[in-house]
Design a protein around this ligand. Structure first.
Ligand code: 8ID
Ligand code: ZN
Length: 336
């Protein structure tokens, strides 16, 4: 294994690392993390020892047998939820690497990015282009990739209306911007003055406060003259899904992204059929989605709105997330 400057001990969230020698074999690399975004999925999942899946850092060691590695020591790379996949199964070959039955998931089935060093996989780390700072890139790796892909497959065309329940959150505030890049008109749905200001600043055409608006369906139908073309739901609660089929126009698409774990999707079967509605699920993204999402951000067309905290502040970040107080994202600085 080739390597540079690897200390014996490191700081990690949740549990202390024993400082054992790190073995890096075939297909793996060791990344010294600079920062990591905190995603609501980390809170939903909160059982992994080292959660975190929006990391950016520098490769400091690489397995010996990776002569054909697409990355090298010194490269700046991103670590996403999908840490690795087999690349040979039907799902991988069809470009749904995230559905690979051998997929390894950062912070869930393999250690994640809330630590100083993480072992990752040379074929799946995302090269970070120049022109974007590491802290600004971090949340593109999950929040950005996820909404970029969901919007890409939302069956919308420039000028169409897209509704974004959860628009003021980590995923949602990036969804507003990726939707604008595709020429869509955006109705942002979330709550509170702070999120309203953020959504409108980022280019939402209309704002609806779901706590204040008495009739979201008529409001959306009136704004869009008959219904929205698509809804990409990134709310962390089931309530964000409730009226979506009702406010979509015929032929509209509901993209399910937010993951309130145990909830079921309530939709009128009659109107889903009668209005020819498509209901689709969208789960993170593949390697190419990650490259495309990060390139758009590096060109300055999408900007993560974030506040920086230290790794030690993780508990407080989770509290803020539970209370719905975080507009945009929190990015953890691994050196703090
Ligand atoms: O691959 C995926 N599908 C994927 C990837 C990453 C994250 C899915 N997720 C899931 C997360 O697990 C979580 O369930 O997407 C959801 C949103 O993640 P996030 O953006 O990281 O969470 P956040 O920053 O807390 O934002 C959620 C927003 O939803 C709003 C909240 O106010 C918050 O701004 N919201 C809620 I809760 N209920 C709402 C409602 N009824 C609502 N907005 C509109 N209407
Ligand atoms: Zn995530």
């Amino acid at each position: 294994m080739a390597s540079i400057d690897i200390p014996k001990f490191q700081t990690a969230a949740v549990v202390d690392h024993s400082g054992a020698n790190i073995r890096i074999d075939h297909r793996k690399c060791l990344v010294k993390l600079e920062c990591s975004g905190a995603c609501h999925t980390d809170l939903h999942a909160a059982l992994g020892d080292w959660p975190g899946h929006e990391g950016v850092g520098i490769i400091v060691a690489i397995g010996n047998s990776t002569a054909n590695s697409p990355v090298k020591i010194g490269d700046r790379v991103g670590i996403k939820w999908l840490a690795d996949s087999c690349l040979n199964c039907e799902d991988c070959k069809k470009g749904r690497e995230q559905n690979c039955s051998k997929a390894k998931l950062s912070g869930f089935t393999v250690d994640g990015t809330f630590q100083e060093y993480v072992v990752s996989f040379v074929n799946h780390v995302t090269p970070i282009p120049e022109g974007i700072a590491s802290d600004a890139a971090a949340s593109v790796l999950c929040a950005g990739v996820t909404v970029y892909r969901a919007i890409k497959y939302s069956q919308t065309n420039p000028g169409d209306w897209i509704v974004l329940p959860g628009a003021g959150g980590g995923l949602g505030h990036l969804a507003i911007q990726y939707a604008r890049v595709r020429g869509l008109r955006v109705i942002a749905v979330d709550t509170g003055a702070h999120k309203k200001e953020l959504c409108l600043k980022l280019g939402a055409d209309k704002w609806i406060d779901f706590m204040e608006c008495k009739d979201i369906v008529s409001e959306i139908k009136s704004i869009t003259s008959g219904g929205a073309h698509s809804a990409v739901v990134t709310s962390a609660s089931a309530s964000g899904y409730q009226q979506a089929v009702d406010y979509l126009r015929p032929g509209g698409t509901l993209m399910a992204v937010g993951l309130p774990g145990k909830s079921t999707l309530e939709a009128s079967i009659f109107f889903t059929v009668f209005k020819s509605i498509s209901i689709l699920g969208s789960y993170v993204g593949n390697r190419q989605d990650a490259v495309e999402a990060i390139d758009i951000a590096a060109r300055g067309q999408v900007t993560v709105h974030f506040e920086t905290k230290g790794l030690k502040d993780l508990e407080e970040v989770y509290e803020g997330m539970k209370a719905g107080k975080i507009a945009g994202r929190i990015v953890l600085d691994m050196s703090k």
